[in-house]
Design a protein around this ligand. Sequence first.
Ligand code: ZN
Length: 83
Amino acid sequence: MSWAHAIRYATPDELHCVWRNSPYECSAPKCHAPAVYKVGYRYVTGRQGRVTSATRLICERHGEIFCKRYQLELPAPMGEGEI
Ligand SMILES: [Zn+2]
């Protein structure tokens, strides 16, 4: 079970994998599309019911799926409304 789902555009820094020196790919299984969004959520782990928060970088398509699944609005494109 997971809750407190949130999504936003990842920053260029977050999308750059330092140890591989290349952009991150989507963290969904078998998806190798470039990551665009950062998502976060909380879930309970182990028998003690410890609450853990997790973040993932995901691609555009999986961002849409995530939003539909958790009834979230897709974030506005980065830079929209800014000069
Ligand atoms: Zn993906």
